[in-house]
Write a protein that binds this ligand. Structure first.
Ligand SMILES: [Zn+2]
Length: 253
């Protein structure tokens, strides 16, 4: 059994054949998917998917890219959505100083609001962080105690060690299979297996050999094999431990 802890099955990329994608994912032994809200609309769509498919759970959040649009009405709407059934996390939220699609100030505010929401509801946070490692870690540490996973980890060793020391989980995507991802594979080696989770971030980040194509949750199997190869651990053990981590983190029943 495997779990895709971060995917976007509500995105239009899956509209033509969503049922088939979800069927393939079950055939590949991926028993649960956490569908991640990136906007208010996709958070609502995430809830709809969770209501329709037994194996899908929802995370409710607003991506830092959209922080400029996050007014009081939006905050109230997010809180309302977060009270929905099968909501297991808040996010994705965080800071993206690579693309800077929203102002830094608005990103910080949207992040702070979502941290507060997660604390109120006793839910874990799904964190997006790009080129904002120091600040993300400082903000999260100031809000401790809380549970968080750093999604699509792309930072360096200092950030990794800081996150681990704060009790956070680290999740890796299929980009660890890329030829030039030697640095990232080093981070996988340094991440203890009991703090590691797997995700596709589908439809993005297809593994090596599939680049340019749409990614899908079934590829978690290939990802688990790659993590096993990097760490010198068998597939069964990778599957068992990462599944246990995800079940405990998201409190899946
Ligand atoms: Zn994502």
């Amino acid at each position: 059994m495997l779990i895709d802890t971060h995917c976007h099955l509500d995105f239009p990329a899956f509209s033509p054949d969503r049922d088939a994608v979800i069927a393939r994912c079950l055939e590949a032994g991926i028993n649960y998917c956490i569908n991640i809200g990136a906007t208010l609309e996709s958070s609502a769509a995430s809830l709809e998917l969770a209501a329709k498919y037994p194996q899908i759970y929802a995370s409710i959040g607003l991506h830092p890219h959209d922080a400029d649009t996050f007014d009081e009405k939006g905050q109230a709407r997010l809180r309302e959505l977060a009270a929905g059934k099968k909501v297991v996390a808040i996010g994705e939220t965080g800071l993206d100083y690579y693309r800077n699609l929203s102002s830094k100030e608005n990103q910080r505010q949207a992040f702070a609001k979502q941290i507060a929401l997660a604390r109120d509801l006793n839910l874990p946070l799904v964190i997006h962080c790009r080129q904002a490692e120091e600040e993300t870690l400082r903000i999260l540490k100031e809000a401790l105690p809380l549970r968080a996973v750093i999604h699509c980890f792309s930072g360096g060793q200092d950030f990794l060690e800081g996150c681990l020391a704060s009790g956070f989980f680290i999740s890796y995507t299929c980009n660890i299979t890329y030829k030039k991802a030697e640095g990232l594979r080093e981070m996988v080696k340094l991440t203890p297996l009991d703090r590691l989770m797997l995700e596709t971030d589908a439809p993005y980040l297809s593994p090596e050999g599939f680049r340019g194509k749409r990614n899908e949750p079934a590829q978690v199997k290939l990802l688990a094999q790659e993590v096993g190869r990097i760490k010198g651990v068998g597939f069964e053990e990778i599957a068992r431990q990462t599944t246990q981590n995800a079940k405990e983190f998201f409190k899946l029943s």
